[in-house]
Write a protein that binds this ligand. Structure first.
Ligand code: ZN
Length: 350
């Protein structure tokens, strides 16, 4: 997260087209869906329509596409002919999954491409192409789910467009998996909109609303930490959480028993354990949680660990609200948080 005061500095640099900020930040423009360099000659957006990123990769993962005018990935002074050629090839068909023969077709050596991309953008070419593709898919999901808030009161039905976008994010099984570890990902329709569940044969690793901000980064992080291929499919823990979610939404279940694997620091895990001890129908605050852990001054770190939770609903980070009684934040959206809290209160009252 970029602090608010730094965003103001970046915005001013954007307005003044300050070239010394080249490579320091990129700006995503919410109204147009493109991201730019600070010196872009195009008309400058309003502050409230800007999202700032310190790497191009983050801008791509947030579904922004490179601006045609300032070409944030193809600055002529910084970038080789080969990198420019590949970036343009990706833009011609951003949903394409790159294979060896694509490099051959462009007469490009794949390992040179990997090295040059890594040096320029801090990611390999294949990672770049994947980031762009996932950004596209996630954007389509978000476009389709913008109406979720309005549907919360009437029940939710997902369209097949969501499923198509989902397979595009996760992709099909690689041709040769060899010894590689496998995680499987499933789409779960719930009362509050579609969720994605990722698990191996033993445990659940991730459960999130598909339109959650930053989901693509979370999935990338999971892929890296587990060194696993993520392919569509189901496993016993996924079947289990699907059953449990059905019961939870029907008000028949208050305690989840699906086995989980928590990937995080010892401190984060301690926070997540504490979260699981908050009974349904009750709420607490970060300060209170921190005090309960014997670390009353660590409430900011507690809040961060809360935000890093990758198992929505199951680890009930939605039960943490502000000390003053206000709802506070929620990665899945505040209307969902309110709904979950109301739902759990009702369950306890019955
Ligand atoms: Zn631009």
């Amino acid at each position: 997260m970029i602090p608010a005061d730094r965003k103001q500095v970046y915005y001013q640099a954007l307005i003044d087209k300050k070239s010394e900020y080249e490579g320091i930040f990129y700006v995503g423009v919410k109204t147009t869906g493109v991201f730019c360099r600070p010196t872009c000659p195009a008309r400058k957006p309003k502050f409230e329509n800007c999202e700032f990123y310190e790497t191009a990769k983050e801008a791509l993962l947030a579904s922004f596409r490179p601006c045609q005018r300032c070409r944030p990935l193809s600055h002529p002074n910084h970038v080789s002919e080969l990198v420019r050629k590949l970036v343009e090839a990706v833009e011609e068909n951003p949903e394409h999954r790159w294979r060896e023969e694509d490099f051959r077709r462009l007469s490009v050596d794949a390992s040179t491409a990997r090295r040059q991309f890594k040096k320029r953008f801090g990611m390999t070419f294949v990672e770049y192409a994947r980031a762009r593709r996932m950004g596209m898919a996630l954007k389509q999901i978000r476009a389709g789910s913008a109406v979720i808030d309005a549907q919360l009161s009437t029940g939710y039905e997902s369209g097949s467009g969501f499923r198509d976008a989902f397979s595009r994010i996760m992709g099909a099984a690689p041709a040769q998996l060899g010894e590689q570890r496998i995680l499987k990902a499933s789409w779960l329709d719930t009362r509050l909109g579609p969720m994605v569940a990722i698990a191996d044969e033993q445990a659940l690793y991730l459960l999130e609303f598909v339109d959650r901000r930053g989901l693509e980064r979370e999935i990338e992080r999971l892929r890296k930490r587990t060194k696993a291929a993520i392919i569509p499919g189901s496993t016993p823990p996924i079947e289990s959480i699907e059953r449990e979610l059905t019961d939870y939404f029907a008000g028949r279940l208050t305690e989840f028993k699906t086995p989980v694997t928590l990937l995080g620091s010892p401190f984060q895990k301690e926070v997540w354990d504490q979260l699981r001890k908050i009974p349904p129908g009750q709420t607490t605050s970060y300060a209170h949680l921190a005090a309960g852990m014997g670390k009353p001054s660590a409430y900011r770190a507690v809040a961060q660990a809360n935000g890093a939770n990758q198992l929505a609903i199951l680890i009930p980070c939605h039960r943490v609200i502000n000390s003053n009684g206000e709802l506070g934040g929620y990665g899945g959206g505040l209307s969902r948080k309110q709904w979950l809290l109301d739902h759990e209160k009702l369950g306890v009252a019955e």
